[in-house]
Ligand binder design. Structure first.
Ligand code: FE2
Length: 277
């Protein structure tokens, strides 16, 4: 099923501050990813913005607060609104994270890691089965960064990600910056990690740069992409026919030309590995 998804190319996570530059450089951005939560209960202006973006770019909705790892189940009101948005955009796929953001009725406001247990795999599988009753567009799941690991792990992080996407029959949105960040902070080998993932399920990549704080690499989406992440992109794209790559810059926004330069570099890596014709 995933192999039949269309190739979208190289694009940007849409952020309002560069809206005008985006339209002035329309040809350099193949597709956009939007944060779904920005358009739930949207004002008239946000709705207009979304319609304008959708008229000019393929759009992938990226949700952050569905909380697929919540053992208590999903917020049905939220899910209903998300389903309406996805139906409106009719994308080839949409994405969420392998994490939880809500627990016991409390909104944590943060992507929190799950324990690497079969029980957590089953929670995510069950929640995704519920999501599919509302949304029939293919779902891909993203690996997150974390500052803590939960006790009681029955498997490694890579095995957990693999179990989740296999058992819930989802694609993988591999954030190579998150992978690099965790590997640096926890001292593991990215190549061994990649070997444990079901590469045939990787549909899309995220990339950007973070910053150092007190000896810890922070996933702040605030810097240009470091050489290690470009190398990871080469390695993944050489082995996997990814369908799309998104630059996910949020903070410390540079002149737009610097973003398009990074997009062009990602496009060249893809083409030199025989992706997208
Ligand atoms: Fe990401």
């Amino acid at each position: 099923m995933l192999s039949h998804l269309p190739s979208l190319g190289v694009g940007l996570g849409f952020r309002e501050p560069f809206k005008s530059d985006l339209f002035l450089n329309r040809q350099q951005v193949d597709f956009l990813e939007i944060v779904a939560e920005h358009y739930l209960d949207a004002s008239w202006q946000k709705q207009q913005e979304l319609e304008l973006l959708a008229a000019h770019f393929p759009i992938i909705p990226h949700a952050i607060n569905l909380s697929l790892g919540s053992a208590e189940g999903l917020d049905t009101d939220y899910l209903r609104k998300l389903a309406v948005l996805i139906k409106q955009l009719n994308p080839p796929w949409w994405s969420e994270h392998i994490c939880f953001t809500k627990a016991g009725g409390v909104d944590i406001g943060h992507l929190s890691p799950l324990p690497y247990t079969q029980e957590a795999v089953e929670v995510v599988r069950r929640n995704i089965a519920e999501v599919r009753r509302w949304v029939d567009v293919p779902l891909i799941l993203e690996n997150i960064t974390y500052m803590v690991t939960l006790p009681g792990a029955e498997m490694t992080e890579a095995q957990f990600l693999a179990e989740v996407v296999e058992r819930s029959d989802c694609g993988l949105l591999l954030d190579i910056t998150n992978l690099h960040t965790n590997a640096v902070n926890y001292g593991y080998d990215v190549h061994e990690f990649l070997q444990q993932l079901p590469c045939d399920r990787i549909v899309q990549l995220h990339f950007v740069g973070g910053h150092w704080h007190d000896g810890v690499l922070i996933d702040s989406h605030s810097q240009s992409t470091p050489v290690e992440v470009w190398q990871l992109m080469e390695e993944v794209v050489a082995h996997v026919p990814v369908k799309g790559i998104i630059l996910e810059r949020d903070e410390n926004l540079p002149p737009f030309a610097e973003l398009t330069k990074e997009l062009q570099k990602a496009r060249e890596i893809s083409r030199s590995n025989g992706r997208w014709g």
